[in-house]
Design a protein around this ligand. Structure first.
Ligand code: SF4
Length: 464
């Protein structure tokens, strides 16, 4: 799927007219929201947890260099190979080199948005390595040739009929839309791949500095098989995934499941501190951690936007966002979507490339209220809008509108005419018909103008 933030206008238009997509996204987000609310209501100290998580992240980001060094030192002590990657290309090459050293042919992957950021699947496949996603949602979107449309539910935009058709077309399975049967089809295909895989690549939810261990959270146990069956495990993480110790990890674990999936706790919390069985003939004998920067230290150096690195990728801001609910995740054009994606895209891809993203928001602040780490996403979007406008990257129509208004504001006679004219023009229209305004007003009623004109009406109101 070749989406970019620039090329998504067409997708947004189609998404708004695709009733099936909108129903699927709406149903999934509403279900998540109601499950999440009912769990959070049972946690009386929920708000305290949010404040605590925010302050932990703030403290970590302010001392990230020290925590990363501590994490590396403890990983090495645990026998884990640590690799540092400045950008996506370096990370891809590190992983390819490990695969070549191991003479690997098959790779299974699990739970990693960071590797989506690297376009790792395509790269490994181009280099002759069979690479398969094993998380059910990721497996479905990989089969469909798409990117995930949600941070925690990658195939949220598809309903079970879509998945039944996909499995029938791509896997040759008899058509079914029964969830258990669909699951069985996927499981049968994937089990064989787990057993044959030479390397397992996983993401990292949290990296525990004091322990030199990574934490991978899941519900399906596919991550457990990915990191536990192949001989080599490679964990890929962004530098922001660090937490100081297990005590702090516990705070995030309490927040993540209720926010992400509306569960009290995730089904599996895997904590991996090295390859456990180097002398045994099965299971992982070697573990590597690839620590990725790819623009993160630039965000870290920006005190106004640093907070966007606090994200734990729970997807709660997506579920509650009225914009995401209408168009789904592909409309954002990149691997991070929804409100947090809209704030991250210009920071990762550059303000020119990502100039439309921060405007894909109604600034209703629901994302901030729902974020377990209290990231003030609307504030960051405003900041980014400000910078995009300052650099001259705003849309042509917007530039024209502001320039026209500035010109009128400097010429009172013209301004008076411009505020008087719509009311008079409206008199020529059939009675009750609103001023014709394309686009935005197609689905909204525009109020009638006062035929007296704005200035007269304003003065009359002032007198009153
Ligand atoms: S910004 Fe907050 S709500 Fe959104 S995904 Fe990140 S942690 Fe979750």
């Amino acid at each position: 799927m070749n989406l970019t933030p620039k090329s998504t206008k067409h997708y947004i238009h189609n998404a708004l007219h695709d009733e099936r997509l909108r129903n699927a996204v709406n149903k999934a987000t509403q279900t998540s929201l109601s499950k999440s609310k009912s769990i959070k209501d049972q946690i009386p100290y929920w708000q305290n947890l949010r404040y605590r998580a925010h302050s932990i992240k703030k403290q970590v980001m302010e001392n990230l260099d020290q925590y990363l060094e501590q994490f590396e030192k403890n990983c090495l002590a645990n026998g884990i190979h640590v690799h540092w990657a400045v950008d996506a290309e370096q990370a891809r090459n590190i992983i390819l080199q490990i695969a070549r050293d191991k003479q690997a042919k098959t790779i299974v992957k699990s739970k990693s948005l960071t590797t989506e950021e690297l376009h790792l699947n395509d790269f490994l496949i181009e280099n002759g390595l069979e690479t398969l996603e094993t998380d059910l949602g990721e497996y479905i979107v990989q089969l469909k040739g798409e990117i995930p449309s949600h941070l925690t539910a990658p195939a949220l935009h598809l309903n079970r009929q879509d998945i039944g058709k996909l499995f029938h077309e791509k896997l040759g399975a008899p058509y079914t839309e029964e969830p258990t049967a669909l699951l069985t089809i996927a499981r049968e295909k994937l089990r064989a791949k787990f057993l044959a895989a030479d390397i397992g690549i996983s993401g990292v939810n949290f990296a525990v500095a004091q322990a030199g261990a990574v934490c991978v959270i899941e519900n399906e146990a596919n991550a457990r098989l990915t990191v536990g069956l192949p001989k080599t495990h490679i964990a890929v993480m962004g530098i922001e995934k660090i937490v100081p110790g297990y005590k702090e990890l516990a705070t995030f674990l309490k927040l993540l499941a209720p926010s992400a999936t509306g569960q009290k706790a995730s089904v599996y919390v895997n904590i991996i501190g090295g390859a456990p069985y180097p002398k045994m003939h099965e299971g992982p004998q070697e573990m590597h951690v690839v620590i990725l920067d790819n623009g993160r230290s630039r965000i870290l150096a920006d005190p106004q936007l640093r907070e966007t690195l606090f994200c734990i990728r729970c997807g709660a801001c997506l579920n509650i966002c009225p914009v995401y609910q209408q168009v789904g995740g592909h409309a954002y054009g990149w691997v991070y979507m929804g409100p947090i994606g809209a704030a991250l895209i210009p920071q990762y891809l550059g303000e020119k490339e990502g100039r439309y993203s921060p405007f894909a928001s109604s600034l209703c602040c629901a994302c901030f209220e729902n974020c377990p780490v209290r990231i003030n996403i609307p504030h960051h979007m405003l900041k980014l809008r400000n910078r995009i406008v300052d650099k001259g990257y705003s849309m042509k129509i917007e530039k024209f509108g502001i320039a026209a208004w500035a010109f009128l504001a400097k010429h009172p006679c013209l301004y008076r005419f411009a505020t008087w004219f719509p009311g008079k023009f409206q008199l020529l229209l059939p009675k009750g018909m609103a001023f014709p305004a394309p686009g935005y007003f197609r689905q909204r009623a525009l109020g009638l103008f006062d035929p007296k004109g704005f200035r007269k009406r304003f003065m009359q109101l002032q007198k009153k």
